[in-house]
Design a protein around this ligand. Sequence first.
Ligand code: AMP
Length: 187
Amino acid sequence: MRIVFMGPPGAGKGTQAALLSKELGIPHISTGDIFRANVSEGTPLGKEAQAFMDAGEYVPDGVTNSMVRDRLTHDDARPGFILDGYPRTVEQVAELDAMLRSAGTALDRVIELTVDVDVVVGRLVKRSADQGRSDDTEDVLRRRLEVYAEQTAPLIEVYLDRELLIQVDGLGDIAAVTAAILIAVSV
Ligand code: AMP
């Protein structure tokens, strides 16, 4: 299965995508995780991405698209994948379409985890304390939520029109949300 996870920062995409990845035996590909790994290793890609991430802005599409294009050609992604945090812009949607078209494949499902913004803020402030992420301070967090609303929320309409989108309430306990996602990907 080829699955995309959407939802604002703090919706639980990473947690749920990791669980689903185990359940389905397909890789969990998180663009945020790949960027963070590059930042901590000090690679050229990490150096390019860091300032954008620290400001709560998106890394430019060109950089992000080529990173994903490369990752999707790895053997483990051939039977399927869960993309977490990509696509996030209209241009990334078009790029992903082109990547899949040239591989002769297509998306099967887009899962949107829906959450209340106040709950999200609480979750992220806690995560910031637990993980020491530099992009979860309150100002940056507010900017990340704004950028999501401006640039990523419009994608919901795109995938609804394609009849790929299933919305799952992300606010239940972790196991209940996973169960709802498993139903969503099996229908
Ligand atoms: P995440 O862990 O998915 O919240 O991503 C953390 C940060 O990485 C984001 O705030 C962006 O700066 C960057 N990032 C991750 N995915 C993308 C993407 N698809 N497009 C642009 N920037 C991204």
